[in-house]
Design a protein around this ligand. Sequence first.
Ligand SMILES: [Zn+2]
Length: 63
Amino acid sequence: MPECQYCGKWFRTKRGLKQHITKAHTTEIPFSGRVLDPTTFDFLGAMERREERRKRRKKGPLW
Ligand SMILES: [Zn+2]
């Protein structure tokens, strides 16, 4: 499944992911079009979501 590299959300289709990035992670700049907006990035949330999935897959700590 495609995963948003900016906030860790998962999408069923690549198109859904693309739409999400356009809607959630870009901002409209006059005369330049849409550009990525770093203030919308949620790397911490992405890390937490990744961790959650890891925990769900394997029970207990890995070490
Ligand atoms: Zn995202």
